[in-house]
Design a protein around this ligand. Structure first.
Ligand code: MG
Ligand code: MG
Length: 261
């Protein structure tokens, strides 16, 4: 499944700084949307907050019109895993709301996602989100020069497996290379053995995005042709960051603060 490293785009330091600018727009947009998530708000209203945030920053939304996607962000609630379309649905107490956002600055992309817990949620659901976020950070930390691509997925999987047997790691959807396009080579699975695939080089950028379901990892796509749901109805969490491989180590491009691991 891995192709040669010559298929993976390598960015200059200047280009990575533009990706950081795009990533900051994503981070600020996700923060604004997260602050607006509460019982009673519609997912379309969240989309409008994102649209204004991206536009006011002078950036372009990556998602709007992407293969016909009709909104600025994906909003996936409860058993919806990814690619939920904002609409009339209203958020309720106890929901898990996953928000995925992409923005473009001067042709360079940032892509990140968060899961927001609405009010009081059961402890096992809160733990699901926490485990997924922790696994994301384990994966980001493995994006080091000299390492191999599969080290990232191995780190993600190891963190989730260590947390317990009841977490289903989605395999049908994976992370990806990112830069001059949102979705590029290589695929970045959230599982796998270490030490495989292309060597990670400074200037590569990856979107790492574990999708974890409480229960079976099997998913299916709804009739809207977008929304990916857990087949057995389990609750899902989705956390994502764009990370650059640099000489100094992983640089998280979509964090609010300038994070270098
Ligand atoms: Mg995303
Ligand atoms: Mg992504």
């Amino acid at each position: 499944m891995f192709r040669g490293r010559d298929r993976i785009e390598v960015k200059s330091v200047d280009q990575l700084h533009i990706m950081r600018a795009a990533g900051l727009v994503v981070a600020q947009t996700l923060q604004r949307v997260a602050e607006a998530v509460q019982a009673g708000v519609s997912t379309a209203e969240l989309d409008q907050i994102a649209a204004a945030s991206i536009r006011d920053a002078g950036a372009t939304p990556s998602f709007l019109g992407y293969h016909g996607f009709p909104a600025h962000i994906c909003v996936s609630v409860n058993d919806e895993v990814v690619h939920g379309i904002p609409g009339e649905r209203r958020i309720a107490e106890g929901d898990v709301v996953s928000i995925d956002c992409g923005a473009i600055v001067d042709g360079w992309h940032g892509d990140a996602a968060i899961s927001v817990l609405v009010g009081q949620v059961p402890a096992d659901i809160a733990m699901l989100s926490q485990v997924t976020e922790s696994a994301l950070w384990a994966g980001l930390a493995a994006a080091r020069p000299g390492g191999r691509l599969s080290d990232v997925g191995h780190a993600v999987e190891s963190a989730i497996r260590a947390a317990g047997p009841h977490y289903g790691i989605v395999e049908d959807y994976v992370g990806h290379g990112i830069g001059s396009s949102m979705h590029m080579e290589p695929a970045v699975p959230n599982y796998g053995k270490p030490g495989r695939g292309p060597r990670l080089l400074p200037g590569m950028a990856l979107a790492v995005e574990p999708m974890v379901i409480l229960g079976s990892p099997e998913v299916q796509v709804l009739a809207d042709d977008w929304t990916v749901v857990a087949s057995d109805g389990g609750m899902a969490a989705h956390w994502e960051h764009t990370v650059a491989v640099t000489e100094e180590g992983p640089w998280v491009l979509t964090a609010l603060e300038d994070v270098r691991l």
